[in-house]
Design a binder for this molecule. Structure first.
Ligand SMILES: NC(=O)c1ccc[n+]([C@@H]2O[C@H](COP(=O)([O-])OP(=O)(O)OC[C@H]3O[C@@H](n4cnc5c(N)ncnc54)[C@H](OP(=O)(O)O)[C@@H]3O)[C@@H](O)[C@H]2O)c1
Length: 282
């Protein structure tokens, strides 16, 4: 019952949750924490990316939505605009250099620059023993999950410099700390992202750009549906957690908004784990 109410609260409130609003601190109205900021979120037409895009916009950012399929982009943009949020959309398959360039150029054309990048796209084309994974599997996973994230960072850094700084959040996973069974190559790619953020943070801090990671645990999305649609496998995965239930995409979104905001101005090279208390360190 409690679980059901929490799920309703989490899924209904943000999805229905209206336009960005002034925040009140001790009765004094303050602007939303991301007001004036422009955010790019990859893979943001569904799941965790969509929840992040929505939260950044609710917190005052102008957000560019993107994913591979035009109809998904159109739908997500329509939904968020109906909530009064300031969003636009463009197609971006993160593995294609022309799409990555169009993403950044569209943000500049429509919103005047880039302050925030959330690199959220990932694929997993392989389940099984790691020794059975092929050359092609590794190429695809590393190209999309790791290389594309880096190449996008490289594209946005000059744009952030023009605005005096910025914030980057890379979506990793708790699988980056402890590989998930049967998801070896995917897990290794998520470990690489933890390393990527550590390598980028000191180089970008003189440019006033912070780089952090989000490491979700099991979150209810299409991507993870094979793990939670079957009740016995879900129970097995969640009983070991401190909070014994699956997480919701909206439970990842506030953390990302915080990391992108001035409230996190002294945080870089860090990973925030949103995993219901599951084991989460290397
Ligand atoms: N769900 C979990 O339990 C979980 C746990 C840990 C980490 N994560 C991470 O969280 C991130 C988001 O996953 P999710 O669970 O939210 O997935 P999801 O709900 O299945 O959403 C996937 C999104 O990615 C887009 N997409 C897929 N391939 C893309 C590509 N090559 N380029 C651009 N967009 C692409 C999809 O739209 P199109 O089909 O239109 O492209 C869709 O918007 C991933 O990095 C994943 O590794 C998820």
């Amino acid at each position: 019952m409690l679980r059901l109410s929490l799920h309703r609260l989490l899924s209904v409130s943000p999805r229905g949750g209206g336009s960005c609003i002034m925040q009140s601190v001790r009765g004094v109205q303050t602007p939303p924490k991301l007001q004036g900021k422009v955010a790019l979120v990859t893979a943001s037409t569904d799941g965790i990316g969509l929840a992040i895009a929505q939260k950044l916009a609710q917190d005052g950012a102008r957000v560019l939505i993107s994913s591979r399929k035009q109809q998904n982009v159109d739908k997500a943009v329509r939904e968020l605009k109906e909530q009064g949020l300031d969003v636009e959309g463009t197609v971006c398959h993160v593995g294609r250099s022309e799409d990555r360039e169009r993403l950044v150029n569209t943000a500049v054309q429509k919103f005047g620059g880039v302050d925030i990048l959330v690199s959220n796209a990932a694929v997993n084309p392989f389940f099984g023993n790691i020794l059975d994974s092929t050359d092609e599997v590794w190429d695809k996973i590393l190209d999309i999950n790791v290389k594309a994230a880096f190449l996008l960072v490289k594209l946005v850094v000059p744009k952030m410099q023009e605005r005096g700084g910025g914030s980057i959040v890379i979506v990793s996973s708790v699988a980056g700390f402890t590989p998930f069974p049967a998801l070896g190559p995917y897990s290794v790619s998520k470990t690489a992202l933890l390393g990527l953020s550590k390598a980028l943070a000191p180089e970008l801090s003189p440019l006033n750009i912070r780089v952090n990671c989000l490491a979700p645990g099991l979150i209810r999305t299409k991507f993870s549906s094979a793990l939670w649609q079957n009740k016995s496998s879900l129970d097995q995965l969640t009983t070991a957690l401190g909070i014994s239930r699956i997480g919701e995409p909206e439970e990842c979104a506030g953390v990302v908004s915080f990391l992108c905001s001035p409230e996190a101005s002294y945080i870089t090279g860090e990973t925030v784990v949103v995993a219901g208390g599951g084991h989460s360190r290397l």
